[in-house]
Design a protein around this ligand. Structure first.
Ligand code: AMP
Ligand code: MG
Length: 492
């Protein structure tokens, strides 16, 4: 373990791409920055000891005041489709890539978000507010705790610098950590420039998808073969990711192609939400007036986004039909992952004929009664023995819930398994704690007073969300009434 930032071995492989891919520039530091929270778990991924978080260099680097020793600080360019419309050039408008650290289990890039204007800022101020930064800081850790692929967060630095949104708020910088921040939109940006597209493809394949080149014959591989295997891999990871989102009741909120990781990670946490009351067409982003990114739309949007990625790859002269047949794998990979997750959540041994039906009726039951997503699933494990606490989640029509439960018990009898085994399977798939909006809001309010205690509490619970912790029942309960009035939007 390394005890000081300056002893980290830092590189920046992204900076090895041609200069058109980025602009080298320094962040704009915050005034009188304070380290509100640092994450020892993510520090450990980088090989940093808890002691390194106390080092004054740590605050200097992650408030944007000092470069990461050995790194090459830059903002990357990308493009994208926003809400279904081609938006042209975007890019890191308020983010700075500091460099890449070889951690014990592989390389991790470190990126500041909210660290000032860049050539890609367009009309933006380059800043991020405390509110959205706390939400991003918590979300990566919540997803990691659930076992869902995600970017992570190392540090949250705050300041009294004013930031003008609907009201005056204060600035913060989150340090995000990910193997890569390359997006679908990074490829879309170069769709008209085969040399750049090829450089990006080779960079991403060599670092993150080497098996695609190996399987295509190594150095002598035909490019088309590598590209098709690469697309297949991205389709697979994206389909499995969205299956995980669906079965966690997670809505991303802004599935623009510039917010889609080429590694199949959840990235760019903005107006995301974990559902409280279940609604199939739940919209978590107040700015999404059409519901383009509603919960039930996420799989088809992911598929649509993959089509945009594949269209960019046409720029390499790849046959459209061949790309299309890779894209067509999406549905089967998604369904397999989705049913696999639900098999565990429902405590079944296999997914049988008829289970789709049982599941559809489960969703219908939750939807019509606006039952709590997380609590209903968790209560299902012991519902056969304890009907009353389960039925308590279905106050509008207990008879309907009772009837469904009878069918479910019959289905379990078909498996003929011991309850203990089934309950363990279900409790490992149905979390007790999720990062509900009102919990994040509590952490934001405390953080605004300089108190990081609530962030610490949430991280502790969300790191191991399947295990109930005595004394923390309030974090595992239905949301208070005021939660339904919380609005999260693109404002960040
Ligand atoms: P997002 O919706 O957060 O994914 O951002 C879309 C694009 O807008 C990205 O290129 C961001 O870097 C940029 N952006 C968002 N907010 C700001 C801001 N306050 N200042 C500069 N650029 C921003
Ligand atoms: Mg974004």
């Amino acid at each position: 373990m390394i005890d000081a930032i300056r002893d980290l071995k830092v590189a920046n492989s992204f900076a090895g791409l041609p200069p058109a891919f980025y602009t080298r520039l320094a962040p704009q530091p915050l005034n009188q920055p304070r380290l509100l929270h640092a994450n020892p778990e993510v520090a450990a991924l980088l090989g940093l000891s808890p002691q390194a978080l106390q080092d004054p260099d740590f605050l200097d680097v992650f408030s944007g005041a000092a470069a990461l020793p050995g790194g090459e600080t830059l903002a990357a360019v990308y493009s994208g489709h926003q809400f279904g419309v081609w938006a042209g050039q975007l890019g890191d408008g308020r983010a700075h890539l500091l460099g890449e650290v070889a951690g014990p289990a592989g390389p991790w890039e470190l990126q500041l978000k909210g660290s000032g204007r860049t050539p890609y800022s367009r009309m933006g101020d380059g800043r991020a507010v405390l509110r959205s930064s706390v939400r991003e800081y918590l979300a990566g850790e919540a997803m990691a705790g659930l076992g869902i692929p995600t970017t992570r967060a190392l540090a949250l630095v705050v300041s009294d610098d004013p930031v003008y949104r609907e009201t005056v708020e204060t600035a913060a910088i989150v340090t995000r950590v990910s193997p890569s921040f390359v997006r679908f939109g990074s490829f879309e940006h170069w769709s008209g420039s085969p040399e750049h597209l090829r450089a990006l493809l080779n960079y991403v394949v060599d670092r993150f998808y080497p098996e695609c080149r190996d399987a295509a014959g190594g150095e002598a591989a035909a490019e088309q073969d590598v590209v098709l295997r690469f697309l297949r891999a991205v389709v697979g990871r994206t389909a499995r990711l969205v299956a995980d989102w669906q079965t966690a009741g997670f809505c991303h909120g802004v599935m623009n192609t510039d917010n889609m990781s080429i590694l199949g990670l959840t990235i760019d946490y903005g107006p995301y939400g974990f559902m409280d009351a279940f609604q199939v067409n739940h919209i978590c982003n107040h700015s999404d007036t059409q519901g383009r990114y509603a919960w039930n739309a996420q799989p088809s949007v992911a598929n649509w986004n993959l089509y945009r990625l594949a269209s960019a790859l046409l720029g390499l002269g790849i046959a459209a039909d061949a790309l299309k047949s890779e894209l067509e794998q999406f549905e089967s990979v998604f369904l397999q992952a989705y049913r696999g997750n639900l098999r565990n959540k429902l405590g079944l041994m296999r997914w049988e004929d008829g289970d789709d039906n049982l599941l559809d009726d489960w969703w219908r039951l939750l939807h019509t009664q606006r039952a709590d997503f997380t609590l209903s699933f968790r209560a299902l494990a012991t519902a056969p023995q304890q009907r009353t606490p389960f039925l308590a989640h279905f106050t509008a029509d207990q008879e309907a819930a009772n009837a469904w439960l009878d069918r479910y018990i019959e289905r379990l009898a078909q498996d003929g398994r011991a309850d203990g085994e089934r309950i363990a399977q279900m409790n490992g798939a149905n979390p007790v704690y999720v990062l509900r909006n009102h919990l994040a809001e509590g952490a934001i309010r405390a953080a605004a007073q300089g108190d990081a205690g609530e962030i610490g509490t949430l991280l502790r619970l969300l790191r191991d969300p399947y295990t109930a912790q005595p004394g923390f029942e309030a974090y595992a309960s239905a949301p208070p009434d005021w939660a339904s009035r919380l609005e999260v939007s693109c404002s960040s």
